[in-house]
Design a protein around this ligand. Structure first.
Ligand SMILES: [Zn+2]
Length: 56
């Protein structure tokens, strides 16, 4: 729960400058790659942010 919130906060803070068109392609990338088990770079960044946020 806390991790999920921190993860979402990471997206807002880290990816707020991403343009709308890029977000759409990012979602498509995510959908296409979820099956092969590799997280999109955005998700990895948000996960790292969340881990650091919780441990801070
Ligand atoms: Zn995410």
């Amino acid at each position: 729960m806390v991790f999920t919130i921190a993860h979402g906060l990471g997206h807002v803070l880290l990816h707020k400058d991403i343009r709308k068109s890029d977000k759409i392609s990012s979602v498509q990338y995510r959908t296409n790659n979820w099956q092969i088990g590799s997280k999109p770079y955005e998700e990895q960044e948000a996960d790292v942010f969340a881990a650091q946020f919780i441990n801070a």
